[in-house]
Design a protein. Sequence first.
Length: 238
Amino acid sequence: MVEPRILVELGTHSGVSYCSFCEAINELRLPTRSFAVDTWRGDTHTQAYGDEIFKELSAHHDDHYAGFSQLVRSTFDGALPRFEHGTIDLLHIDGYHTYEAVKHDFVQWLPKMSDRGIVLFHDIAVRDKPTFEVWRLWEELKIEYPHFEFFHSHGLGVLAVGALIPAPLINLVRASKGEAERIRHYFAGLGQMLERVQSLEWGLRTTQCPAIPNEKRSWSIRIADGFSKRFRKIMKKV
Ligand SMILES: C[S@@+](CC[C@H](N)C(=O)[O-])C[C@H]1O[C@@H](n2cnc3c(N)ncnc32)[C@H](O)[C@@H]1O
């Protein structure tokens, strides 16, 4: 829907969301330059973690995405001067989740957004953890900006902060209540399918089950691989 010229993620950790962005850029051959910003040290929500997370992500990243992407090891504030004002088309905020921290990140990075800028907020649906308050900021922002909200997988808020909303997103932010529910249902279903494919692949590769002979195991792995290739083709069309 959005073909960002510059994409920035604040908060990358092991790279689950960031590598999904990079896969989309690769698959769709987008002309995007992409940046992941993190200290790769953790915070009080993720807990502190060691260098092995950054090393593992770096190795995978450099093999697959180095042509268009950079890992920026820095605080979010420290990375601000690297980006010109008005240049970021897509910003994913997934750092420290207190109200004050997420508001600070939004306010600091807003001037960097382009006139067709979209800000994504992860975890807008988490309301049962006292210090997770992305939902509070989201409630304020959604009064002010055109938006769409997903509730599955802890929730994702899509906020159109630029004066120009990219054409394919107009239908999303203007969806009626019924259409919005159908869109949410559709994407939640795709997410569940992806999780099932992954757990099937992982289970077949890692489970030692003496009842399944080796030739049947490799046959099952081929079926799972075929299924996930077909699934990736479907995702590419979405
Ligand atoms: C919730 S995790 C990110 C999860 C990731 N997007 C994913 O898909 O798995 C939050 C990350 O933000 C980083 N972080 C939090 N506050 C930060 C700050 N002010 N500057 C840099 N990194 C920060 C932490 O080190 C942590 O790795």
